[in-house]
Design a protein around this ligand. Structure first.
Ligand SMILES: [Zn+2]
Length: 156
């Protein structure tokens, strides 16, 4: 199992810079939903999708507050086998069974778990958000949206 090679996917970081009348604030959405793609769409396409997503972002549901969008900052990150969502990790199935996906996630977690106590001194290390504890892992998400997009999502 240690010798298996896990497919990696292009990840982006998207930060919304906005003003609600008290100066400029920023919100990076990558924690709520990773901007992970099966094939690389390129920066311009991610920017287009981010502009489209802006009016519907869940953290903007306090609709009485007017937020003026100042700009969107899109950064291409390194390719990853798994990307962090909110107490969940996401990848793409890429023809893998549930068991193969869980093995892949296990490899990812075991690779990074030893650094979790000291993330601030290990800037390249991804946060696992509790996935170190295997008992937290839920079955792979079986919703229609994941099935349609070939997404594999493990909540934990
Ligand atoms: Zn789902």
């Amino acid at each position: 199992m240690d010798t298996a090679t896990d497919p990696v996917f292009p990840l982006y970081s998207v930060t919304f810079v906005f003003d609600r009348g008290e100066g400029t604030e920023t919100e990076t959405t990558s924690l709520m939903r990773p901007w992970l793609f099966e094939t690389d769409p390129g920066v311009a396409e991610v920017e287009r999708q981010a502009h489209e997503a802006w009016p519907n972002l869940t953290w903007r549901t306090d609709t009485h507050v007017v937020r003026r969008l100042v700009r969107i900052e899109v950064t291409r990150k390194d390719d990853v086998p798994w990307a962090l969502a909110w107490f969940a990790h996401q990848t793409f199935r890429a023809g893998r069974t549930d068991a193969e996906l869980r093995d892949s996630f296990e490899r990812y977690v075991r690779k990074w778990e030893r650094y979790q106590d000291d993330l601030s001194n290990n800037p390249g290390v991804p946060c696992l958000m509790g996935a170190e504890d295997r008992w937290r892992w839920q079955p792979l998400c079986a919703c229609d949206s994941c099935a349609e997009k070939g997404v594999a999502l493990i909540a934990h």
